[in-house]
Ligand binder design. Structure first.
Ligand code: NAG
Ligand code: NAG
Length: 193
């Protein structure tokens, strides 16, 4: 009986030891911790929209189980969904405006953004983080140009401008994570220059 208990005890010991080994192995493969999400989302000097960042990453408990490249992949897929959802709205809007030309311009800017985002995902998969950032950042000018175009319409389609601003914020979160956290670039200095 004593032997039986002892056996049980050592089995429990081994399980605990295994768990410890597994979790420290996981740590060494760069898992993102809750603290790191805090650091990413409060990086004020890079104009991260904190509330949006927490909204996206805290609403996703799995975010803390991913490594950095996987977290970026998750975010780019999220960004891609938001861009294609808004593109659908733009197409719907086109039938309801007298300014079809401007809507068509925005549509093309959104299509261009989508193809850049797609390239960004491919570069990420190839671990080419510089290219992934470059392609993703192409979303910025397209969204800004679309917002400018929308602002000259009467009435201004506010829903679309707002969604374009959110996409700019999401893009910024992605680019900051790639540059500061994966590439280890000194982003504060880069911004001053
Ligand atoms: C941050 O994002 C939220 C949600 O999209 C938005 O309501 C808010 O205006 C943004 N904040 C800034 C400072 O742009
Ligand atoms: C902030 C924001 O607009 N997020 C949306 C992005 O797209 C996903 C998928 O369609 C929505 O669930 C989010 O609400």
């Amino acid at each position: 009986m004593v032997v039986y208990v002892k056996k049980n005890f050592s089995l429990a010991h081994i399980v605990v030891l295994l768990l410890f080994v597994v979790s420290s192995y996981a740590r060494s493969s760069m898992m993102v911790t809750k603290d790191e999400i805090e650091v990413i989302c409060t990086k004020k000097d890079m104009q991260i929209n904190s509330s949006l960042c927490f909204e996206i990453l805290k609403a996703t408990p799995e975010a803390a189980k991913l490594d950095l490249p996987s977290l970026v992949k998750y975010l780019i897929e999220y960004q891609s969904r938001n861009v294609s959802d808004t593109l659908k709205q733009i197409k719907l809007f086109r039938g309801h405006t007298t300014d079809m030309r401007k809507m068509k311009d925005c549509e093309q800017l959104y299509e261009g953004a989508l193809s850049g985002i797609d390239d960004s995902l491919k570069a990420l998969a190839a671990k080419d983080y510089f290219l992934s950032h470059l392609r993703n950042a192409g979303t910025f000018p397209n969204m800004h140009t679309c917002i400018d175009t929308l602002s000259t319409m009467k009435p201004v389609p506010e829903v679309l401008s707002r969604r374009s601003s959110v996409i700019i914020d999401i893009t910024n979160i992605i680019c900051v994570i790639i540059d500061c956290f994966i590439r280890g670039k000194n982003c504060v200095i880069a911004e001053i220059l």
